[in-house]
Design a binder for this molecule. Structure first.
Ligand code: TF8
Length: 336
């Protein structure tokens, strides 16, 4: 598959912009892309940029039709539809997909990345390729890593300034054992749930809290049903821009090249929007009445300590080799 992609890219390069014979290899295509988040989320900026890029490179033939707020099903359901070839694309967190591809659990390890720079270097570097190369084995093609972001805890009960305050809170986690364990270790009553059910569960009080990046808390209106936000930055879960492998195989190399190049164009716009909107989202949720708590270095250290056992416990499921590779890459990046 890699060689097909390379061939496609080489062809694209020769053609410069697609013109003449190359354009003939591009058909009218309307590609459905499913998103769990709302259109106002930075993913909206990325999809818009990707759509424009595709129009430019395909002579207007290739189009994305985006569905928002889980209209085509949640992350996991949409991904399964890709695997069976009934839907083309999804932009999803890696976390709900660990049942399909256990290696993705490496991104769920708490406090793995220190900042966005580290995340970008890992995802766009050798490690990101190593993970992407495994996806066709699961019926999926990863076009790029976009940003979900550093996750923060919200709840309706009290300000959380440290581990002690988390005790007993009923917190929604993604359908993922690493998150489940992390929050159990923090003393929460962790409840796995699909993203699409979270707003209502918060509204009815079935759960007290949830954790997501501030842009999601803002654009999914969790600020309407949550009073307290702690900037815990306890995990960075990336988005993958996934294409159905069975449908990918029906595309010409030229069409594949358009998608690959434009997913990267979209990535850069999306990450920038995510980082720019991050600050604005924080203002928005404050304006909506949320009380924001920063963790002291001591409180953060205590939290890191509490979730440490998760690394050991889940390494075998993720794959020891995968975890070791990640840790080695991070060490290299950090000059350790
Ligand atoms: C979660 C995820 C989701 C995203 C979104 C649906 O908490 O972070 O917010 O995957 O695209 O489930």
């Amino acid at each position: 598959m890699k060689s097909t992609i390379l061939k496609g890219l080489a062809l694209a390069l020769c053609a410069g912009v697609f013109s003449g014979p190359a354009l003939a290899e591009i058909q009218e295509r309307t590609i459905r892309v499913s998103n769990g988040v709302a259109e106002e989320h930075p993913v909206g900026n990325g999809v818009k940029a990707m759509t424009q890029c595709m129009a430019d490179k395909s002579g207007g033939k290739m189009k994305l039709t985006a569905f928002w707020s889980g209209a085509l099903g949640g992350d996991l359901d949409a991904t399964q539809a890709l695997r069976s070839g009934t839907q083309e694309m999804v932009i999803t967190s890696t976390s709900p997909l660990v049942g399909i591809a256990p290696a993705l659990g490496v991104f769920d390890l708490p406090f793995l990345f220190n900042d966005e720079k580290e995340a970008d270097a890992i995802l766009d570097g050798e490690f990101g390729t190593y993970i992407s190369d495994q996806m066709p084995g699961y019926g999926l093609v990863n076009l790029a890593y976009w940003e979900n972001g550093f996750r923060n805890l919200t709840n309706s009960q009290r300000a959380v300034a440290g581990v002690d305050d988390i005790k007993g809170l009923k917190v929604r986690v993604m359908q993922n054992n690493i998150f489940l364990d992390s929050f159990q270790n923090l003393g929460a009553n962790a409840v796995p749930m699909a993203f699409g059910e979270v707003f209502t569960a918060l509204e009815t009080g079935a759960i007290d809290g949830q954790e997501n990046p501030v842009v999601t808390i803002d654009t999914s209106k969790f600020s309407e049903v949550q009073d307290h936000l702690t900037l815990s930055r306890h995990a960075y879960t990336p988005f993958m821009v996934l294409y159905s492998k069975p449908l990918w195989d029906q595309l010409s190399p030229e069409e594949q090249a358009v998608l690959q190049e434009c997913a990267v164009v979209g990535r850069d716009v999306q990450r920038k929007a995510s980082r720019d909107l991050g600050a604005k989202s924080l203002e928005n949720v404050k304006a909506a009445g949320m009380e924001v708590t920063e963790l002291t270095p001591e409180a953060q250290a205590e939290m890191r300590e509490a979730v440490k056992p998760v690394y050991e416990k889940h390494s075998a499921t993720i794959g020891q080799e995968v975890v070791d590779k990640m840790m080695a890459e991070l060490k290299k990046l950090r000059g350790e």
